[in-house]
Design a protein around this ligand. Structure first.
Ligand code: DC
Length: 226
C-alpha cells in the first residue's frame, strides 16, 4: 500500500516549498494540486469564460484534459497535451483559480486524477482539501498555516524577486480575500481535518518545518511496520 502525506493550508503558508522538500527527503512524489486548479483556470481564461459565471465554468471545464508528468522529479502539468507550467503563476490565473475551484464540476474533474496518483505512488500532496476530501486515509495530515501578514510578505518578496511590480498592501488584501473565498465556499472549503497536525510556519524556517513533518512520517512508518 502506498503512503500519503497530506498538507493543506491557506495560500502562502509555504506548502509547496515544504512539500517539495519533504518529498525529496523521503523519495516520495510531490503532487501540487494547486497547479492542477491553476491549469484549469488557465484553460477557462483562454476560453474567454468569465470568473463570475459558474454555470459556464461548469459546462466548459470537462473539455480540459489535465494530466501530470514527472521530469527530473518536477511536476509538469499538461493541459490538453501542452506543458503549461510557465503560465500558472500569474495574478490573473490565481484569481480565476480561486473562483473556478469553488465550482463542484471542476473539483470532481480533478479528484479522480489526484486519487489515482496517490494510489500509484508514495506522495506528498498539497492543497486545500487533501486531508479532508481527497485522501481522508492519508497516513500523515498537516494543516500548515502562517499569519496573513507573513504570507503577504513572502509573496511580495517572491514577486519582486521575479521582477514583477507589486504593492505590499495589495498583496495582503488579495491574500485576505482569497482566504475568505477558500474558507467560505460551499464545496470542499479550506478547513483543518480533525486528525491533522497544526503547524504554524510564521516564525519557523523551512528546515524546521520539514524536520517536523519528516519526524511525524517516520514515526508513522515505524508504527505501520510493527
Ligand atoms: O495553492 P495554490 O495557490 O496554487 O492554489 C490555487 C487555487 O486553487 C487556490 O485559490 C485554491 C485552489 N485549490 C483548491 O481549491 N484545492 C486544492 N486542493 C488546491 C488548490
Amino acid at each position: 500500500m502506498s503512503f500519503a502525506i497530506a498538507i493543506d493550508g491557506p495560500a502562502g503558508a509555504g506548502k509547496s516549498t515544504i512539500a517539495r522538500r519533504v518529498a525529496e527527503k523521503l523519495s516520495f512524489i510531490y503532487v501540487d494540486t494547486g497547479a492542477m486548479y491553476r491549469a484549469m483556470a488557465l484553460f477557462l481564461h483562454r476560453s474567454g469564460i468569465s470568473a463570475e459565471d459558474p454555470a459556464a465554468i461548469a459546462r466548459k471545464c470537462t473539455e480540459a484534459d489535465i494530466t501530470i508528468r514527472y521530469q527530473d522529479q518536477e511536476q509538469v502539468v499538461l493541459l490538453n497535451g501542452e506543458n503549461v507550467n510557465p503560465y500558472l503563476r500569474t495574478e490573473e490565473v490565481s484569481g480565476m483559480a480561486s473562483r473556478s475551484s469553488a465550482v463542484p464540476e471542476v473539483r470532481a474533474h480533478l479528484l479522480a486524477l489526484q486519487r489515482s496518483l496517490a494510489a500509484r505512488y508514495n506522495v506528498v500532496m498539497d492543497g486545500r482539501d487533501i486531508g479532508t476530501v481527497i485522501l481522508p486515509d492519508a497516513q500523515v495530515k498537516i494543516f500548515l498555516t502562517a499569519s496573513p501578514e507573513i504570507r503577504a510578505e513572502r509573496r511580495f518578496k517572491e514577486l519582486t524577486e521575479k521582477g514583477e511590480k507589486a504593492v505590499y498592501e495589495d498583496v495582503l488584501q488579495e491574500i485576505i480575500e482569497r482566504d475568505q473565498r477558500d474558507m467560505n465556499r460551499a464545496v470542499s472549503p479550506l478547513v483543518q481535518a480533525a486528525d491533522a497536525v497544526l503547524v504554524d510556519s510564521s516564525h519557523k524556517t523551512p528546515e524546521e518545518v520539514e524536520a517536523e513533518i519528516c519526524r511525524l512520517a517516520e514515526e508513522r512508518m515505524k508504527e505501520d511496520a510493527k
